[in-house]
Design a protein. Structure first.
Length: 319
């Protein structure tokens, strides 16, 4: 049966693992709620997504065959199927949010558990409904995300502290993220996963470097431990209006950064590697162009998110 309600519900579930959601959720969290929490969520998200994409390209299971399934989403059809990175992200983000925020923020544990359960269930079920994954892909993604979360959660404070305080952190961050992107791909055919992985790594590197610059310049300082646990300020029209304005202005800056960097980096990479760029779409699928353009573009988006946009807010009195 074709239910319009289910279609829209599961389309929303799918969006919770797509770029549009990330470019709204992470900035909202960092600019309006808690930069400390946002930085740590991004560290976990980068590792979960990176390992998920790499595992897909090692296992190389094709998507479910259509028929029998009906595919309601074709954008990621060229990617491999096992494990579901949507299920990984939809498991890791709400669980990490709960682990990191409970005790730091005042709210009932039951509320956090229900939110995490609904979020995770919606994303996981949406992948099966959309015909993009088998039940096995989704279960594997769910369990894999929990495994990575268990391994990385104890290290998050250490990683964030290193990103902020170590003198040569930006150099090491950029080199490490670049190396991970270059050495993880030996694809026979082009798929969206290579670019997505470079995008995620670039974003992670940009956010970490932006955090370091903030710390060195003494700009965005986290609340001192004696002010914890934090409580949500009462929601007034002014508070709500400022939060929406910050999100609106900030996301526009991020999108403009993305467009400008894309316009500059693709022709530049084509020129350096002597690749004809009369057909931009074809040129973009070449590894020599795709990796630097995605990495640099999203690196700058991540850097803007952490450093440039908060500076702009400070300048226009929206901090």
């Amino acid at each position: 049966t074709r239910s319009r309600f289910l279609y829209y519900l599961f389309s929303l579930g799918t969006e919770l693992g797509n770029e549009l959601f990330y470019i709204l959720f992470f900035p909202f969290c960092i600019w309006n709620l808690d930069a400390w929490l946002g930085r740590r969520l991004i560290i976990i998200w980068v590792w979960v997504m990176y390992l998920g994409q790499c595992t897909k390209d090692v296992i190389r299971w094709p998507r479910p065959a259509a028929p029998p399934v009906v595919k309601l989403e074709v954008f990621y059809n060229s990617e491999y199927s096992m494990p579901s990175t949507h299920a990984m992200s939809g498991t890791a983000i709400p669980l990490a949010l709960l682990l990191l925020s409970y005790g730091r923020w005042q709210y009932p544990l039951m509320f956090g558990l229900i939110l995490a359960f609904c979020w995770c269930s919606l994303v996981c079920c949406s992948r099966i409904y959309m015909g993009m994954h088998s039940i096995l892909d989704v279960i594997a993604g769910f369990l894999y995300a929990i495994l990575i979360l268990v391994a990385i959660h104890p290290l998050v404070d250490l990683i964030d502290n290193f990103n902020l305080t170590y003198k040569y952190a930006p150099l090491i961050i950029i080199s490490l993220h670049l190396a991970l992107g270059i050495f993880s791909f030996t694809l026979d055919t082009w798929s969206t996963s290579r670019g997505d992985t470079a995008q995620i790594l670039g974003c992670g590197a940009g956010v970490a470097c932006g955090s370091h610059v903030n710390y060195v310049m003494g700009l965005e300082l986290d609340p001192p431990p004696d002010t914890l646990p934090l409580s949500l300020s009462s929601l007034t029209v002014t508070v709500f209006g400022k939060a929406i304005l910050r999100l609106l202005i900030g996301v526009i800056v991020l999108l403009l950064t993305k467009v400008a960097m894309k316009k500059a980096t693709i022709p530049l990479a084509c020129k350096i590697f002597r690749i004809p760029h009369d057909d931009i779409r074809k040129a973009r699928q070449r590894m020599e162009v795709e990796l630097p353009y995605r990495y640099i573009t999203y690196g700058m988006v991540g850097f803007s998110l952490m450093f440039i946009v908060p500076c702009l807010f400070h300048f226009i009195g929206l901090s």
